[in-house]
Design a protein around this ligand. Sequence first.
Ligand SMILES: Cc1cc2nc3c(=O)[nH]c(=O)nc-3n(C[C@H](O)[C@H](O)[C@H](O)COP(=O)(O)OP(=O)(O)OC[C@H]3O[C@@H](n4cnc5c(N)ncnc54)[C@H](O)[C@@H]3O)c2cc1C
Length: 347
Amino acid sequence: MAVEQLQKQPATDISQYEGILVVVEQREGKAKKVSWQLLGQGRRMADKLGAPLIALVIGHQVEHLAQEAIAYGAEKVYICDHEYLKDYRTKPYSKVCLNVFALAKPEIVLYGATATGRDLAGAIATHLPTGLTADCTELDVEPNPSRLLLASRPAFSEKMMATILCKKYRPQMATARPGVFQALLPDQTRTGDVINVPFHLESGETATRIIDFISDTNSVNLEEADIIVAGGRGLGGPDALKLLQDLADALDGTVGASRAAVDAGWVKHERQIGQTGHTVRSKLIIAAGISGAVQFTVGMQHSDLIIAINKDPDAPIFQVAQYGIVGDLFEILPAMTVEAKKRRGMA
Ligand SMILES: Cc1cc2nc3c(=O)[nH]c(=O)nc-3n(C[C@H](O)[C@H](O)[C@H](O)COP(=O)(O)OP(=O)(O)OC[C@H]3O[C@@H](n4cnc5c(N)ncnc54)[C@H](O)[C@@H]3O)c2cc1C
């Protein structure tokens, strides 16, 4: 759209819009954790606004996710369940979203900043005369009368935080990083309204067809991992990665790393935790040979249980860890692996 046209665009009547809508992301009927994390933060913000929290579930054979969304805090769920929507495709999914936004008129829409969420939100933003703040690490709202979404994200090479506002148009939209917000504890006794949305597609409306889905077994998904074994510069070189992998295998976990280990070329960036890597909320994270710089801890400090291994008793990582082991990781990691295997009957 030309700049001149944009300037002529009339401002939306924002008083018609109410509520916070979270687009639930799922794959094969299993929701991504970020969806429940966004409902958790959405609930906190909706309460501040005195507004409803709405979820949108799209897919095939996903009725159970409507109930799950209610347990995680939504009071109203729009669901569009159709064979054609089994796998994510930009056009059909964005069409459903646009229909539901027209029906529900939410003042705020949130998506996970995953590959799918980013694609979907970007596609929708091109159809609506409103803004989209990508990759947020903080979300809040100003109460009445402004009811503005305060969407914050790192800017200028992550050196500053910028808070971005969308004052004149609705819905205010943001994608938010997985792992940053805390999901509510699911409450199965909660009740809510479930609204079925029909799905229609005109012939020729979608140019893509899914022939097959081949999952990348080598890809790493730290944000979804319950157990992470992470290493840093203290590993001393790439050979020590085997110690992390052995313990991760014994615990059914995933290997993560500090930036120092990534910058040294020992580990791929996809495994980096921290400000310029992934934010994780695992059930357990073991940090070995990592000093605990704030840029690392900001990405893992909300994990349920943190165990740190460091030979320096004054390492800052011990300040965020529930259990600290002062010692040499080359002795401690193999000992933990032996013990884990023994306890899990793998020895
Ligand atoms: C803008 C910006 C963004 C950044 N983003 C990130 C980020 O996303 N993630 C990140 O991790 N960092 C990030 N950093 C870098 C961060 O500041 C630290 O430099 C980095 O986290 C240090 O990594 P480390 O703890 O592995 O290494 P070090 O700080 O060097 O710590 C190594 C630790 O290993 C211990 N050790 C050594 N040998 C052993 C042994 N044999 N057994 C046990 N312990 C041992 C040492 O006592 C030491 O505490 C960022 C920095 C900037 C400026």
